[in-house]
Design a protein around this ligand. Structure first.
Ligand code: F0G
Length: 392
């Protein structure tokens, strides 16, 4: 079917729409190559002609930190962290938001909206400000981290708190968008979001010297990001730019793991979780919109899904911050927690090369940092007393 302005789901299978390029088109796109920086470096693989106004905050180009300490303990030949927390609004969402907001501008939208556990909202609000659009963010009341809410406040979004969880917020907004033509939906069911988000795979491949790792570990919530990552990887492989594809390790929190559960039961449908729970509020999602595409991605890649407990997430957050110098929010740390689990299970072999995607910055959720063990003492403003507590 053709891509209409405000159609997000396939009328027959009800899945979110995906933008598909045929083989000939992909080949032509690959011949154009990659130019410039960030997400728009990969414009030849994005669904635009090139003459539209780009709404950008210089997203993408995030560092791939090669592990200096953890990789040894995990007995990996190579481990690197793709630090998506260093995007303009401090999460991976900006990759998709630059593309979707550019599309919103192209079709003349004045109002954009999203349901969110916080990061999509922050990103949507920032890009809407830049594009002179009104932005409404629909969030689960009392369930989003304050750093993220602060961003939506700062960017002047209309903040609507739903008495319910993320799934309730998304369902409510989707129903409204079916009836109201004015709102352009910025959730990852908008296919333009995934086009931007797929560029993380392109960047990893380029940063590794045009090579793919054996595995990529990625947190899974609403499941847009893993779907996008796999789409990008397949496009690179389809054009023969990449010579191999990595296996995907999808990581969910134990209390919010419908996709991991379906994977382990060998099912082709998920059983939604009515009241998802986890300290990783970003991925506290029980009815992921892109579950079918995520399951397919993991299976096609010969990958695996793991579930991690809140304790394992907190431990991974601590290890990343204290052994690699990278401060991430809990959902992001789940990619390391999941990697550890997959190694323990023998799913990922020792000696493998792995990239773990860290999706959001630690400052997003300052309260979560207080769960980490730490030492704190108060002193009078007195040097000897300071020396005493420092034991030097
Ligand atoms: N990590 C972080 C930090 C996130 O904010 C999200 C999703 C994910 C991982 C999972 O990505 O949903 O594409 O599978 N956050 C959404 C939001 C739901 O509203 O900010 P996903």
């Amino acid at each position: 079917m053709s891509l209409k302005d405000r159609v997000y789901f396939c009328p027959s299978c009800k899945d979110p729409l995906t933008i598909v390029y045929d083989d000939r088109e992909l080949k032509e796109r690959a011949e154009v190559g990659f130019h410039g920086k960030g997400v728009w470096r990969y414009a030849s693989f994005l669904p635009f002609k090139g003459d539209e106004e780009k709404i950008s905050l210089n997203e993408g180009d995030t560092p791939l930190h090669v592990s200096v300490n953890i990789f040894r303990e995990l007995k990996l030949s190579f481990l690197a962290f793709k630090n998506e927390g260093l995007n303009p609004t401090a999460s991976f969402k900006d990759r998709g938001m630059t593309v979707a907001t550019t599309r919103a501008k192209q079709i003349g939208s004045k109002v954009v909206a999203c349901a969110s556990t916080g990061n999509t909202a922050a990103s949507c609000a920032a890009y809407a400000s830049r594009a002179n659009m009104l932005c409404a963010v629909v969030v689960p009341e009392g369930q989003i981290a304050f750093g993220k809410l602060a961003q939506s406040i700062a960017h002047g979004a209309k903040i609507i708190k739903v008495k319910g969880n993320f799934d309730d917020a998304l369902e409510t907004l989707l129903k409204l968008c079916e009836e109201n033509e004015k709102i352009y939906l910025m959730n990852s069911v908008n296919p333009f979001r995934l086009e931007g988000q797929k560029t993380v795979g392109f960047e990893i491949w380029e940063q590794m010297g045009r090579k793919m790792p054996d595995w990529i570990s990625i947190p899974v919530g609403n499941a847009g990001n893993i779907t996008a990552l796999w789409k990008g990887i397949k496009e690179l492989k389809g054009t023969k730019l990449a010579d191999k594809v990595p296996r995907l390790l999808g990581v969910q929190a134990e209390g919010a793991s419908p996709i991991a559960d379906a994977f382990h039961k060998g099912l082709d449908v998920i059983r939604p979780i009515e009241s998802p729970t986890t300290i990783a509020t970003a991925i506290r999602i029980g009815k992921p919109a892109s579950w079918r595409r995520a399951l397919k991605a993991v299976r096609e890649s010969r990958g695996y899904m793991v579930k991690v407990s809140d304790e394992e997430i907190v431990e991974a957050q601590k290890v990343l911050a204290r052994k690699e110098g990278i401060f991430v929010e809990p959902a992001s740390a789940s990619s390391l927690a999941g990697l550890k689990k997959a190694l323990d299970l023998g799913v990922i072999e020792k000696g493998s090369s792995v990239v773990a995607i860290l999706t959001g910055h630690g400052l997003k959720d300052p309260e979560a940092a207080q769960r980490l063990s730490y030492e704190e003492v108060s002193v009078k403003p007195d040097p000897p007393e300071l020396a005493k507590v420092l034991r030097i």
